[in-house]
Ligand binder design. Structure first.
Ligand code: HEC
Ligand code: HEC
Ligand code: HEC
Length: 435
């Protein structure tokens, strides 16, 4: 055996090959995705009031403010930090400020950003900005939103530094993602479906990007088109499936769904919490006819979910654990937390003007395939979307220990939902409490 030199040469060769391939890939990415800057527009464009108003309504369906507005007194100034598996991306200023916003953008530049994910100066935008959905928008709708944004107050707000994990700070890599996931085909209505259904399909997929959260993603962060509306995740919350796998214990009607989208609250269903709340805050300002269309389209999938429980099987308060429970000690701890901290509000049933809330057997978070959303709700509390100050749930982050929170989740899962136990509850509690 002569150990030293022989393995070295192939190793070095492999390294050289890897390096060459990487350089080639980078060059190819540049070549495929290089886009020129679009010239600055100097003359201020003029728009008619009807177009601006239509654009405003559409921007509410697109929930642009959910990501581009942090401070309501500075609308669309950007700066919202979006945590992605590839690092933290900040939304940018889309007010018409000439230096730090989109004041010098022509309609062509705005269109290219929405359709192709390319900024005016030619750099590739990260898909945290859902241009893979907006790419299907009709030009007329893009034009109306352009009119709306170009007539907002111009605010100075320079872009924040992003914190991407290596190598994703190198923007041309997005070119590969675009090849895989950016399907630049125009919207096609489905033959045989009603005009309202098709309007709803267009709005849900291309503009409201419901599927961006409610459909699972691949390892590379692209939408898994083969599992339409099959549930996903957003900001550490589980996002319920809206197809035949919808976990809701009581079936959704189309009208309740429309009410939920307009107000964030509907009879027999949990309020819109977490990232869904931000969506609803925008949707409520959209054209009500458009919300009805979205409800019609989404409900055509939701209606395939089998009913899980009937209202009659849901008395107010939850029972104490049975003596033969295999996990009796933990269940007893969970039950005592429930009885002391939750029952007084949740056993009563929802009442518009008091703190009383939905019976927990009806809360979808107990039926999710994992406990993330339930733990977020318990740790952070919920401000009801209708703004009624009396109806407000406090957060229990500092009131309950991790052990109590975990036992509570396990108890609610078994005695509230009657579902098989979740795994890794304690890990999720720790995660939710991290700042
Ligand atoms: C889910 C969050 C999210 C939503 C919703 C969203 N954006 Fe963005 N947007 C971003 C992020 C993040 C960036 C910055 C991406 C980057 O720098 O790579 C961005 C960038 C942009 C840009 C490019 C600005 C520039 O200077 O390059 C435009 C234009 C834009 N968004 C318009 C919109 C419009 C119009 C809507 C609504 C129809 C919208 N966005 C909705 C997150 C979002
Ligand atoms: C002061 C009253 C109050 C207490 C105490 C309280 N909640 Fe809530 N909870 C609310 C309100 C109000 C809502 C939102 C509005 C609604 O459901 O009508 C809510 C919402 C929820 C939801 C989302 C589903 C829904 O009802 O919309 C869950 C899950 C939940 N609470 C669990 C708990 C648990 C577990 C505890 C005990 C640790 C608890 N809550 C304690 C008032 C309370
Ligand atoms: C930013 C991510 C995000 C977007 C975009 C989004 N959702 Fe959601 N949605 C969520 C999350 C998270 C929940 C779970 C909320 C909870 O547990 O309180 C949810 C809950 C729901 C529910 C309740 C499900 C149930 O069975 O209780 C419905 C219905 C729903 N969303 C419909 C929609 C529709 C329709 C759209 C598009 C117009 C949409 N969502 C867009 C994140 C999102």
């Amino acid at each position: 055996m002569d150990p030293a030199p022989r393995p070295r040469t192939p190793k070095r060769r492999t390294r050289l090959i890897v390096l060459a391939v990487l350089v080639l890939l980078a060059v190819a990415a540049f070549a495929i995705m290089w886009r020129p800057a679009i010239e600055a527009q100097t003359a201020a464009p003029v728009f008619d009031a009807a177009t601006i108003e239509r654009g405003q309504r559409l921007a509410m369906v697109g929930t642009c403010a959910a990501c581009h507005t942090i401070d309501p007194s500075r609308p669309y100034a950007g700066g919202f930090a979006l945590a992605t598996p590839f690092g933290t991306v900040h939304s940018t200023n889309i007010t018409p400020d000439a230096r730090t916003g989109i004041g010098q953008w022509s309609e062509a530049a705005f269109t290219r950003a929405l359709r192709e994910g390319v900024s005016r100066d030619g750099h590739l935008l990260y898909p945290a900005f859902p241009y893979d959905h907006y790419t299907k928008l009709a030009q007329d709708d893009i034009r109306a939103m352009y009119a709306y944004f170009m007539t907002r107050p111009a605010l100075e707000a320079p872009a924040h530094q992003n914190a991407m994990t290596f190598p994703f700070g190198f923007r041309p890599l997005v070119a590969f993602w675009n090849i895989l996931y950016l399907k630049r085909e125009p919207w096609q209505p489905v033959a045989g479906q009603s005009a309202e259904w098709n309007r709803g399909a267009y709005l849900s997929v291309a503009l409201a990007h419901c599927t961006a959260c409610h459909t699972p993603r691949t390892k590379l962060g692209g939408t898994d088109f083969s599992r339409h509306l099959d549930g996903g995740e957003a900001e550490g919350w589980y996002v319920p499936a809206l197809n035949e796998h919808n976990p809701s214990p009581i079936p959704w009607t189309r009208d309740h769904l429309a009410e939920y989208l307009r107000t964030g609250i509907a009879p027999d269903h949990a309020v819109a919490g977490g990232p869904m709340q931000a969506s609803v805050e925008n949707l409520r300002l959209a054209d009500p006819k458009d919300i009805d269309a979205i409800a019609t389209y989404i409900h055509s999938y939701l209606a395939k979910a089998p009913p899980r429980r009937t209202r009659a099987a849901m008395p107010g308060s939850l029972p104490a654990p049975t003596a033969n429970d295999p996990d009796l000690q933990r269940m007893q701890l969970g039950y005592s937390v429930y009885a002391n901290s939750c029952a007084r509000c949740h056993d009563v049933g929802r009442d518009a003007t008091s703190g009383a809330a939905l019976q927990l057997q009806k809360a979808v978070a107990l039926y999710d395939p994992d406990p993330r959303s339930l733990i977020h709700i318990v740790v952070e509390g919920i401000a009801p979307p209708d703004g009624e100050p009396a109806r407000w749930m406090p957060g229990f982050a500092t009131i309950l220990t991790d052990e109590q929170t975990g036992a509570l989740a396990a108890y609610l899962r078994r005695y509230g939902a009657g579902q098989p136990q979740w795994e890794h509850i304690e890990d999720q509690v720790k995660k939710a409490k991290q700042p």
